[in-house]
Structures are given as C-alpha cells and as structure tokens.
Design a protein around this ligand. Sequence first.
Ligand SMILES: Cc1cc2nc3c(=O)[nH]c(=O)nc-3n(C[C@H](O)[C@H](O)[C@H](O)COP(=O)(O)OP(=O)(O)OC[C@H]3O[C@@H](n4cnc5c(N)ncnc54)[C@H](O)[C@@H]3O)c2cc1C
Length: 295
Amino acid sequence: MKENRPFHIHVPPNMTELLNLYNKAPSSRLMAGATHLMNHTFDTESEHYSILSISQLEELKKISRTERYTELGSCVSINTMIESSVILSSPLLKETLKHMGPYPIRNMATIGGNLCIPDRRMDLYPVLLLLDSRLELRHIVRKRNGRASYKSRWIHINTFLNNEGKLSLGAGEILTRIRIPYYDGSFHFHKKVNIKDNDFFTINALASLDKGILSDIRMAFTNGGLLVLRSRDLEANLMGRRFPLIRKELDEIMQNLNQFFKAPENPYEDYLMKSLFRQLLESLADPSEALQNFS
Ligand SMILES: Cc1cc2nc3c(=O)[nH]c(=O)nc-3n(C[C@H](O)[C@H](O)[C@H](O)COP(=O)(O)OP(=O)(O)OC[C@H]3O[C@@H](n4cnc5c(N)ncnc54)[C@H](O)[C@@H]3O)c2cc1C
C-alpha cells in the first residue's frame, strides 16, 4: 500500500512573509477555506507537499465600498458576502451565492478560492465576468542584490483566463482583491442544472430594459469545467428588440443560435444550453411593464 507523504502547512503572519515564502517555493499550494483544496486539488503523492495558509490574513478579509464598486479581499467567505449589505446591489450575485453548497461550506469557502480552482470555473466566475469585475494580483520580484520588489497588477476578470481557459496566474502570484462594479440593470436570470456528480450547467444573465426595449444584455453559460460561453455578437443582436418577443421572432433567434455559439460537445449540455436560453428569452420583460399588465 502506498503511503501518503507528509506535508507542511505554513501560516505566514502577514502578506510580506506570505509573498516571500511563495516566491521561494512557487510549487506550494495556497490554502484559503480549503473546501476544494482538501477534496481535490491537493495531491499528497505529488511534489507540492507544502501548503501556505492565507485565511488568517486580516488584509484579505476586508470589504470596502465606493460610489462605483465594492472591493473584497480574496479571503472573504461566501456567507460573509451574503450577510454583507454590499451584495444587495446585485440580485444576480445574491442569488448565486445563496445556491453555493451547504451553509457550513459557505462559511469556509472564499471568493478567491472559488475563482482560483485551476481546472474548473465555479459559480462566481461567470457572474463576476458579467459584472465587469477586476482582480488584483500580487507577487514579489527578487533582484540580483537579494532585495525584493513588491508588485501589484489589476486586470479585468476576462484576462484572468488564457486561450485554453486556464488561470493566468504567474509563479508565486496571489489573487488579493476583487473589485465588483455596481450594475443598475432591472433584470437578472440565474439557472443551475446538475449534469453529473458535482458538475452544474449554468446560465447567468443581466439586462436593462427601457419601456420594453432591451438596452443592455450580458449572459454567459458555464458547465463546471473549463467551458465559459459568452457571445458579444449575440448580445448585440438582441439589443434594441422589444420584449416580450413575439413567437416568430423567438423561434428565429433560437434557430440561429449556433451562428453565435459552437455547440457544446456533450449533447445533454447542448440541449441544456438551448432550453435555458429559450427560458431566458421567454422571461425577459421589463419588470415595470410586467407589473402594469398584472395589475
Ligand atoms: C460540499 C461542497 C459543495 C460545494 N458547492 C459549490 C457550489 O455550489 N458552487 C461552487 O461554486 N463551488 C462549490 N464548492 C466548491 C468550493 O468549495 C468553492 O468553490 C469554494 O469557493 C472554494 O474556496 P476555498 O476558499 O475553500 O478554496 P480552497 O479550497 O482553499 O482553494 C481552491 C484553489 O484555489 C487556490 N487559491 C485559493 N485562494 C487563492 C488566492 N487568493 N490566490 C491564488 N490561488 C488561490 C488554492 O491553491 C486551490 O487550488 C463546493 C464544495 C463542497 C465541498
């Protein structure tokens, strides 16, 4: 029987020490809430038998607000986000967070850990993408004279993934802050369907309607793996149309869907993509007009 190799957990007391340790041993694994790490990512038979804990760093648990955005440290937990008033400004974010695993997991799981699982795009990536979020990444560069220079860069979340859908985190680089702009659209849509085991196919959408005319729409499909489908051309094609759509127009859009998206390889995912998109189109309506029709 194979024996698991021992591994070390380092608990750096501050960011400087964390960045230094990570710079010296970039094959270490960062551990935030550990809800994913301990179940999947951490392979006790591999070389990376050193863990750097980051969840004790107060700096990574801060939440601040400005008139335009909310900024969260990467170790803010999912439940803290739900309980904090900051997410009230985004009903889509709120709904997504509430459907993320059982309560004890949400207590431990962090926003940063959710975005940094290497081979999976979890629930928060598509929502933060639609909200045009920005990420701060930090690392240190060691100079020839041994001195360290601390680097921070802000990137748009869509450049966090490379062409293959993998994370573009450099060696020794850490996600430290997430900036989420406010979005004042009047409509959101979130559906999550179990495909198999722990994989879910999801559709997320945000939209603004002005007297029934669609003035903005953003939407994305994900499958719990590396698939993230978003088509700006399709979004542009929908804008300017009056909602609710008449049946003929709706059928026409559905027929042309594959012009905008390469169909997912798995036929069940292809079916889900089409049926969830149809549900989105059928429910898109100006909330104020829908209310008038109801009363
Ligand atoms: C029962 C159960 C149910 C779950 N349900 C859901 C669900 O419904 N939706 C969902 O989206 N997820 C779900 N998850 C998956 C997971 O718990 C979450 O995605 C969680 O947010 C991961 O955060 P964490 O802090 O625990 O990450 P960790 O497990 O600590 O880390 C995850 C990965 O990210 C890396 N990492 C962590 N922080 C950083 C950082 N700041 N910078 C760079 N790399 C970092 C780690 O090295 C690791 O590879 C579930 C998990 C369990 C066990």
